[in-house]
Structures are given as C-alpha cells and as structure tokens.
Design a binder for this molecule. Structure first.
Ligand code: ASP
Length: 309
C-alpha cells in the first residue's frame, strides 16, 4: 500500500513541470555607439530586460517575455527598429521581425513591412493566428490591419520616424528567454542597415540565421546580416549545445566560425533551458541587459563579458 502511495506521488511529481529560474537576455545591436549615447542605451536594455523578466515572474511564458522586451526597445526610438527605424536608399522604412517558440519549434516572421511601429507583435500574430510562419510586404500589412481590427494587440498609430540612428552601423534589437518551466524563446526586430536597397532582407527575420530556439537553447544574432546568413549562425549555435557544449562554449565556437568563414562583424546572445547565458561579439559594442532570479536588478553592459561581468 505504502509503495503504491510513493509510486503515485512520484508520478504526480513527474507530471507537474519542474519550476526553474527565469532568465532573459536582451541586446541592442552589435555595432559602434558614441560614448555620450551609452547611458541612454544602457537604460533602454535595463528597462527591456526588467519588463521581460516581470512578465515571466507573473507566470508568463518565455515567448510573451521576449515579445514584451523587444516591444520596449522598439518603442524607445533609440535603436534602428520600431520608432527609431532607419530609412532605406529611397528614403522609406521597411521593417523585419521574428519571434520563435522553442518548445513548439514554430516561429512567426514579417519582412519588409511598411507603416507600422511594432512588427514584433505582428510576428507574434503570425505565429499564433495563422498556419504560416513568414509574411512579406502587402500581405503582412493586410494581416496587420486584421490584427488591429481583432484587437489582438493595441497598436499605436503608425509612428515610424526614420530618426537619425545613434549607432554608427545598425542596431537591431533582440531577446532570448527561458521561463519558470524551462521553455525557451527568441525574438528580434530591425529596419536593417540604413540606406539598404528597397526589399533587402537580412538575417534577422530568417529562422536559423537571425534567431533560433528549441527545447535545448535559444539564440539571437545581430550584425552584418549577409555574413550571419552564410553560416546560419543561430541554428549552428544551438546545435553546438545539442551536441553537448555549454552555451558559453557554443558562443565561442560560432564566433570562431564567423571569423574563419566570413568577414564577421556580428554578435549573439544565448540562453539554455537551465538558464545559463552565453554572449559573443566581434564589434566594438553589443549593449546587453540580463535579468535572472539571482540578480537584484538587471546586469547591463555595452561590452559584456558574461558570466564574469
Ligand atoms: N542583422 C541586421 C541586418 O543585417 C542588422 C543588425 O543586426 O544590426 O539587417
């Protein structure tokens, strides 16, 4: 009788998902920034990581957390994404965004969309409300209008500004997170490089290049999209973890491949299902914010060296 009781308790415990410590890492682009802009950028990554973390503390999913964090950075107007989006060679803004749910192995992405402020929410809509994963141009805009009509997201009036970017290059925004139940997600949003050709799409919204997440790890890349695409950087980085590497080693390995096989100029953030964090970059800066259970407040840095800080 007693052994039957223990068997039942054991079975029940296995059915209740184990609670873990949530962790979120956000970035504000692998590039160069003037020193006078560092405080504002660090404040933005601090706010974004706090927001995403708060979502998970309230039992929100990693997916909800990365959407919320990227939304905050899109809204800040500081990065070449959302309100700060930079114009292309013909003077208009085209935005790319993606969000990926590691456990479902599904993503939603939009590419070269015009006239909206928060493409990350449209990407989430694609993931949740369509049977497809990628939309471009006019079709994406029609979905956006449907999303607003349905009240799925309260989208502010189109406010893409084409402001002068702070970054000397391009400062895409992104986030990776693991929630209380060990579920992983990754998301990114960008207007791409200032002065890009109309219709150009970089790595950011391409699953496996700009972002990837499965049940083992999540990765989010930034920098020269054409170089990141050559090595499907996010997918390869996660693959190293599947093969037994720590996320820290995985980031080192993929940065070595980037250096050896391409002209570089990129970086990435990673987290695994245990909450371990990896960060790599070969650019002057990669502003990052990290928030985790064992931190009182977000850890932020323009040139992060994690975990030594
Ligand atoms: N990877 C982005 C692109 O090539 C730019 C960036 O990450 O800053 O569009």
């Amino acid at each position: 009788m007693l052994s039957r009781y223990f068997f039942l308790v054991g079975t029940w415990l296995r059915l209740v998902p184990e609670m873990r410590r949530p962790v979120i890492v956000v970035h504000g682009g692998a590039t160069s920034f003037k020193e006078s802009d560092h405080p504002a950028i660090l404040e933005a990554v601090r706010r974004a990581s706090s927001k995403g973390y708060a979502v998970m503390l309230e039992r929100g999913t990693a997916l909800e957390a990365v959407e919320a964090a990227v939304w905050v950075m899109e809204d800040s107007g500081l990065f070449t994404a959302g309100r700060g989006a930079a114009p292309n060679a013909e003077g208009f803004v085209e935005l790319d965004a993606i969000i990926m749910d590691g456990n479902r192995l599904e993503s939603g992405a939009v590419m070269a969309v015009r006239g909206i402020t928060h493409p990350i929410s449209l990407a989430r809509y694609v993931l949740e409300r369509t049977p497809n994963m990628q939309f471009v141009a006019d079709g994406a805009i029609r979905l956006y209008e449907k999303m607003v009509r349905e009240g799925y997201r309260e989208e502010v009036a189109p406010g893409v500004t084409g402001m002068t970017p702070l970054a000397e290059g391009c400062d895409t925004v992104g986030a990776v997170a693991v929630d209380l139940y060990g579920r992983l997600a990754s998301a990114a949003s960008t207007s791409g490089w200032t002065g890009k050709l109309p219709g150009r799409v970089g790595d950011t919204p391409i699953v496996g290049a700009g972002v990837y997440a499965n049940e083992v790890a999540a990765a989010c890349c930034t920098g020269r999209g054409e170089q990141i695409l050559r090595i499907t950087m996010a997918r390869m980085a996660v693959h190293y973890v599947e093969e037994g590497s720590t996320v820290r080693d995985a980031t080192h390995n993929i940065m070595r491949v980037l250096r050896d096989r391409t002209t570089g100029e990129a970086g990435l953030i990673m987290v695994d299902s245990q909450g371990d964090v990896g960060i790599g970059f070969d650019t002057p800066y990669l502003p990052v914010g990290v928030m985790a259970g064992d931190l009182d407040e977000p850890w932020v840095s323009m040139r992060p060296s994690w975990p030594s800080g």
